[in-house]
Design a protein around this ligand. Structure first.
Ligand SMILES: Cc1cc2nc3c(=O)[nH]c(=O)nc-3n(C[C@H](O)[C@H](O)[C@H](O)COP(=O)(O)OP(=O)(O)OC[C@H]3O[C@@H](n4cnc5c(N)ncnc54)[C@H](O)[C@@H]3O)c2cc1C
Length: 138
């Protein structure tokens, strides 16, 4: 889990310096920029409040975990369940043969989850039932 690595004392880290790269696609620009924004907002708040303690700055960890950390952790799980299992094989020949397939599988799982997520966002919210009429009082 990367969450504990984004901050050491009062120093906020973002991007490649702390491995914010997709283990499946190698993509890292988005994560570096997004984490940089979180770190920038946190640093600006510290300046405005003249408060530079590690405790005050730790809000960066929470921001980062929500915006980037969750996505990277999720990809790491997919990676471990596919490529990770192949890397653990003892037979070097089998490892070589399966390695590429492992990445294809990881990529396909990742894409299918993203597609499901995008689809859910497109679907309209469920219709709410019309309000019930109050019973007539004779
Ligand atoms: C071959 C390759 C292809 C890639 N393709 C993609 C892609 O298609 N899509 C994608 O999203 N990601 C890709 N990535 C990953 C992406 O490039 C990185 O994840 C991203 O650039 C990380 O941004 P960063 O700001 O953390 O680090 P960097 O972009 O590496 O920026 C760090 C900067 O700090 C400078 N620096 C280092 N030390 C010092 C120092 N002591 N003093 C001053 N400056 C210093 C460096 O010169 C550099 O300019 C690729 C990476 C590689 C290697």
């Amino acid at each position: 889990m990367l969450t504990s690595l984004v901050m050491i004392r009062e120093i906020l880290f973002a991007g490649d310096s702390v491995g914010m790269v997709s283990p499946i696609t190698g993509e890292g620009v988005y994560y570096a920029v997004r984490a940089g924004m979180d770190a920038g907002v946190t640093a600006a708040e510290a300046v405005n409040n003249e408060e530079f303690s590690a405790e005050f700055l730790s809000v960066y960890q929470e921001r980062w975990a929500k915006s980037v950390g969750m996505i990277l952790d999720f990809q790491e799980q997919i990676f471990q369940n596919t490529v990770g299992k192949i890397l653990a094989l003892e037979d070097e020949k089998e490892k070589d043969e399966q390695y590429e397939k492992g990445f294809v599988e990881a990529f396909n799982i990742f894409i299918s989850v993203i597609e499901k997520y995008a689809q859910q966002k497109k679907e309209p919210p469920p219709a709410t039932a019309p309000p019930k009429k109050p019973p007539k009082v004779e």
